[in-house]
Design a protein around this ligand. Sequence first.
Ligand code: NAD
Ligand code: KPL
Length: 303
Amino acid sequence: MSWHVLGAGSLGSLWAARLARAGLPVRLILRNPQRLAQYRKAGGLSLIEHGQPARYAIPAELPDAPGAIQRLLVACKAYDAEAAIAQVAARCAPRCEILLLQNGLGSQQAIAARWPQARCIFVSSTEGAYREDDFRVVFAGRGQNWLGDPNDAVPPAWLAELDQAGIAQNWSDDILARLWRKLALNCAINPLTVLHDCRNGELRQHRPQVAALCAELGELLAASGQAAAAQGLESETWRVIEATAANYSSMHQDVRLGRRTEIHYLLGHACATADALGLRLPRLRALHAQLRAHLRRHGLPED
Ligand code: NAD
Ligand code: KPL
């Protein structure tokens, strides 16, 4: 059974290259004929590991190509994922499996609700990759991929293919807790690095602000039925800040490069959930408003 990879950006290329390297059947789905022509000209996907590039001539096709899709890995940004799946939905087999690599929360639930016949598997990844150029991706940080299905605890048999491909994986019986925890960490760190225009480690100078946000995020997690994900949130936030002290957060990098952020699926999702639960959380809401104003001033979408 083929892996169809929708979105040949950083993470999509990282997954596709490793699957192909292990001899597993993979096909890339590119968004339009121009991208397909550029890909063919590049001669395949290049993955750079430890400074060494290797090229993989993975077959690529357009969304409306013939052939049923049984297993779809969606590696678009959260704001593009649903529309991208809609372009291939007619090709999806009745019990198609859709792996969703998006950060934050909200896009996964919208997709699962729109295609209830598919099995949607949510993925929380701590791996790091970035695009050096079109179809040239650097594997920048080893990590873990947590996979889970909120509606079905039985792991799929093909997890063994990920092991075969050297893709670090763990099946989670509570993937929503993992995604909520990562969302909370991202909400406590990323917006402040944008507003203070600083590296993660420089948040040490804003300790009370980080602490106050962690307290409200903990309250939100507990009220959302994620009490376990709320445990020790502030100490883990500081651990992550120390471990990534020299780095700029992904949101900081997006803003600096003039790219749309995933704010809607991070702080936006946190504030929308707080609204639905009738929670006040004034610091989180103020942070959301400040970040939106900052994005507006930089000519970037506010959601
Ligand atoms: P990216 O921008 O590098 O790649 C997204 C790709 O999707 C782009 O190539 C884009 O052209 C493509 N795309 C968008 N719409 C499409 C469509 N309709 N049809 C086909 N292709 C389409 O993004 P990324 O960094 O790989 O991130 C993907 C997701 O993974 C995000 O939610 C991100 O937060 C998450 N994530 C990324 C990393 C990382 O290190 N890059 C780590 C953890 C999580
Ligand atoms: O995931 C991150 C990001 O930059 O998006 C970390 C390093 C955890 C900071 O929130």
